[in-house]
Design a protein around this ligand. Sequence first.
Ligand code: HEC
Length: 184
Amino acid sequence: MRFPVTLTLLLASGLSLAEPQGLEAEARALIPPFAQALQDTLRQALADGGPQNAVQACQSLAPTIAEQHSREPWRVGRTALKVRNPANRPDAWERQVLERFAAAAAAGQPVAGLSHGEVVDGEYRYMQAIPTGEPCLACHGKNIDKALLATLDARYPQDQARGFALGELRGAFTLRRPLDGMAP
Ligand code: HEC
């Protein structure tokens, strides 16, 4: 395959304009408020009506929370090798990074410390691994309550996000922003 010269130049200039350090810091700063909002929503929904209610809240609110925390030109979201919501399926680059995270975790590296940023096709992309915590097991673990399983089956007929163990790689935050429009 032959790339047009203009595209090659664009990619090259995009790379030289990128400030991977600054962008990584920006990406990192967007994650805690996003994670916090998800956690607060989950905690509130559990307190209000237990796990059944919380599943419903996650389904209706998780995409909105991701949108609210996507500050132009950034887009934030979550993905995983095994997803509950098919809309969160990884693209080819995300899958590759997740597989690398999984290999590092299998080699004994702490999941919470795994992250990766890179310029890909005119965008800066960043991912940070999400470990499976204790409160996650009720909905993503090996012994999910029967009634809750029925709810999950009904709402997510293709659910793959179960059977996780404490500390295991659950998924990752995934962030991206185009490089064009960046100050030289
Ligand atoms: C009350 C049940 C419940 C609990 C507890 C829960 N989750 Fe989830 N999780 C869900 C649901 C439902 C979705 C799908 C949301 C959607 O439709 O976008 C989901 C989606 C996700 C996703 C996005 C990828 C995917 O599979 O679609 C990640 C990552 C995730 N959860 C991680 C966690 C982590 C980490 C914890 C613990 C801190 C946790 N979850 C606790 C129900 C739960």
